[in-house]
Design a protein around this ligand. Structure first.
Ligand code: FCB
Length: 450
């Protein structure tokens, strides 16, 4: 067994997002968000769950920050709910919404925890969805106004920002499969949604350059795609899947072009984008946030939707409760790929973690050995990537708390800390103890097969 040390000043944090943990969605003058509305439509969310209460973090954030302090975390990644700041999406800001985040940030700083704020983690003001949402070209300007207002109000205290969380999910789940709001299945809208999200991101970076200090970046979810066989067809299928999920966002931001495969995938719906837009989207960023959970093994399949791809289940491999294969090597592979393709941009792992069905507490303890093993193996893969020269500067566990997992409601538990839905009692799991030791010692004993 050997100890793995991480680089000096490495950040160890945990992540959450507004709609998943806050509850009180309409408090203090907030407007309804697309997620609030979606959850209240019958049949949308497993078990009819909603974010009405969630982890009650809107009211209990002080307790949660004290918990982070006890664990020895150096950073907290959270998101700001646009509909609290602009109840109607635009127009006059709501001072009480901004005041909430001001208190959150003050409390973090008082505990020596660095705030890392994401401006958009999927909850769009419902009024803006009614105005066409991300499919409307004006959405980028709405976001820019919102970014300016937030950065002006909080920019003195927060010096670590992200514009968007996972634009791919906003597009794919919102406009291709329809399992997230607005629930459309529309390959015609989807490319415009991605494009407007990227324009919004770039304008958000510009807003930050005008009024902010520190760093701003984009958070993407990356999932390596491996061809099931060495055949030409399967390799092309893996390239298409990779272009759709990973390169669709990174290529325009970091290289100024969309992958050619997208024209093949979207066919007649693939738009001709203005070169001026592509210039804007290349606005330089300070770092890239990478969310990593799993990989996919794919083959060519003429019946596999617009991508003509289907995934091959990896029988015998370990899977989490999400049905996601546990594959730590994929984290190392994708980080090495980012470095090879885009050069030495500073990276943060902005999410990584696993859902497992936890046993009920026994003597006040919740033993979650599989979650610990997941963290351990992924941290080891991360350490290997760093040893091979990838510039990773921090890591955020997903998630601090068991929370509202979107279309799955409360059925999937990612927390280091269990939250009892009825009493709201917080109970750190064994994995919280493991992670606290990693954070406090800037390393761990990580030797273990994976
Ligand atoms: C990511 C999301 C995050 C959470 C995890 C499990 O795609 O960014 O909100 O739901 O997955």
């Amino acid at each position: 067994m050997s100890r793995y040390e991480f680089p000096e000043n490495f950040l160890w944090g945990a992540a959450t997002s507004a709609y998943q943990v806050e509850g009180s969605p309409l408090a203090d003058g907030a407007g309804p968000s697309n997620w609030h509305r979606f959850c209240h439509q019958p049949g949308r969310i497993l078990n009819g769950d909603t974010g009405d209460l969630a982890c009650d973090h809107y009211r209990r954030f002080r307790e949660d920050i004290a918990l982070m302090k006890e664990l020895g975390l150096s950073a907290y990644r959270f998101s700001i709910a646009w509909s609290r700041v602009f109840p109607e999406g635009k127009g006059r800001p709501n001072p009480r919404g901004l005041a909430h985040y001001q208190s959150l940030v003050d409390t973090l700083l008082a505990h020596g925890i660095q705030p890392m704020a994401t401006l958009y983690h999927w909850d769009l003001p419902a009024a803006l969805e009614d105005a066409g949402g991300w499919a409307n070209r004006d959405s980028a300007g709405w976001f820019a106004d919102y970014a300016h207002a937030v950065i002006r109000a909080l920019g003195d205290e927060i010096d670590f920002w992200a514009t968007l969380n996972e634009p791919w999910v906003v597009m794919d789940a919102g406009y291709m499969s329809g399992v997230h709001p607005p629930g459309h299945v529309s390959p015609k809208e989807a490319p415009w949604v991605s494009h407007n999200l990227l324009r919004a991101h770039a304008l958000g970076v510009q807003a930050f350059r005008a009024d902010g200090q520190g760093r701003i970046g984009l958070v993407v979810n990356l999932e390596p795609k491996y061809a099931a066989t060495g055949s030409r067809e399967d390799r092309a299928a893996a390239e298409r899947a990779h272009a759709y999920m990973n390169r669709q966002y990174l290529d325009p931001v970091l290289r100024g072009t969309y992958p050619e495969e997208l024209a093949e995938i979207f066919g007649p719906h693939w738009p001709r984008f203005e070169s001026e837009d592509l210039r804007l989207i290349q606005e330089p960023i300070d770092y890239l946030g990478v969310n990593y959970y799993t990989r996919a093994v794919v083959k060519h399949d003429p019946l596999g939707g617009p991508l003509k791809v289907s995934a091959i289940p990896q029988r015998g491999a370990e899977h989490t409760e999400m049905g996601w294969e546990v594959y730590p090597q994929g984290l190392k592979d994708i980080l090495l790929w980012v470095k090879a393709r885009y050069g030495d941009i500073p990276l943060y792992i902005t999410e990584n973690g696993a859902a497992f069905a936890d046993p009920p507490p026994a003597d006040g303890r919740i033993d979650d050995p599989r979650r610990i093993a997941y963290y351990r193996s992924h941290l080891r893969a991360l350490h290997e990537a760093i040893a091979e020269g990838v510039d990773v500067r921090g890591y955020f566990a997903w998630s601090l708390l068991d929370n509202f997992e979107w279309a799955y409601g409360y059925a999937k538990r990612f927390g280091l800390v269990q939250v009892d839905p009825a009493s709201q009692q917080r109970r750190p799991k064994a994995s919280a103890g493991f992670y606290a030791e990693v954070a406090q010692s800037n390393g761990a004993v990580l030797d273990r097969e994976y």
